[in-house]
Ligand binder design. Sequence first.
Ligand SMILES: [Zn+2]
Ligand SMILES: [Zn+2]
Ligand SMILES: [Zn+2]
Length: 338
Amino acid sequence: MHELRKDILLGRWVAVLSESKLPSEYPKIPFEEPVEENCVFCEGRENETPSEITSIRKAGTSPNTAGWWIRDLPSFNPVFRVEGELGRRGVGIYDKMNSIGANEIIVESPYHDKRPEDMGLEQMIRLVKMYRDRISDLEKDTRLRYILIYKDSGRCAGQQYTHPLTFLMATPVIPKVVKDELDNAKQYFAYKERCIFCDIINEELRTGERIVYETKNFIAFCPFAAQFPFEIWIIPRRHSCSFTEITVEETEDFGLILMTVLKKLRQVLNEPPFNYFIHTAPNMVPRRNHWHTLGEDFHWHLEIIPRIIRTSGFEWGSGLYILPTSPENAAKFLREVG
Ligand SMILES: [Zn+2]
Ligand SMILES: [Zn+2]
Ligand SMILES: [Zn+2]
C-alpha cells in the first residue's frame, strides 16, 4: 500500500510510493548545460562584466581585475532595480507596486569548469561568507523585505550560463513560499511554545533514518514529507532565525556540509539538475514590531531540490506530490556514497 504523509510545516500532503525507485531507475534527464563559448564570468574578462559590487580576492589585487576567488555582480537583465520609490497603489480592486529590489550574480569560481565544491573547503567557506555578507548588506535597505539566495544547476533547473553561479534576488515583498513557512512556524510556536524546526531536528536525530550527513553544527536530512524525491534540507542544530547570525565556526561547518551533500547528490543521481535556496528570516528592519516572535519561531535552512521528475497536471492541480523514492530510502542511498 502506498502512503500519504503530511508535511508538518506547510500542512501539505504527499504520496510516498511503497516500492521505492532506485536512483538508477529515474530516466536520465540530460544535464544539458547551455553552450557558452564566450563566457565573461571567467577570470581575465572582468572588464566585460558590469562593475563588481564586491569580491573576495587575493591580497594586493584590485577590484575588476584578475586575482579573485568569488565575485558579486549586478545582474545583466535585472527584474528588480535599486533606484526609485516603492509606489504602492491600488488599481480598482488590485494592488501594484514598482519592482524595487536587487538582482545580483555571485560568481562562485574563477574557473569555468571548476565548481566550488570541487575546489575544496576553502572555496566553499568563501562562498558561504559571500552569501552572508550580501544578505547583511542588502538588509540595510528598508525598502527590501526579503533577500533570496538561490542556485540553478542544469538547464531544466533554469540554468542560463555554464559558469558556476549563485543568484540573489532582493524583493520589496515577502515571497509566498517563505510567508507560508513563517506563518505556520509562528502558529506552531503559539500553540506549543517550541520552534517547529527544532522539533523536526530532534525527531530526525531520534529516528536517524532520514539523516544524510551530520557535522558538529548542522544536520542534512531528507524531509519526512518531502515534495520531491531526494530532496535534502541542511539546518543548523543551534536555533537561529537568520542566516546573517552564522558564526565563524558555523560558516566553516556549513561550507563542509554543503560541499559534502552536493557531492553525494551528484554521485547518487549521476549529475542531476537541481536547485537550492536559503530560507532565512525576512528583513526585520522595516517592520520590527511585526516580527517580534520571529527570533523564537523561525529557523533558517537550505533546501536542495533535485529536478529528476516531471510534474503533471495532478501536482499542479492538487499541490499533492508523489515521491517515487521514500525519504528513508533516499537518505540511505545518500549516506552510503562518498
Ligand atoms: Zn566561464
Ligand atoms: Zn529552532
Ligand atoms: Zn524552507
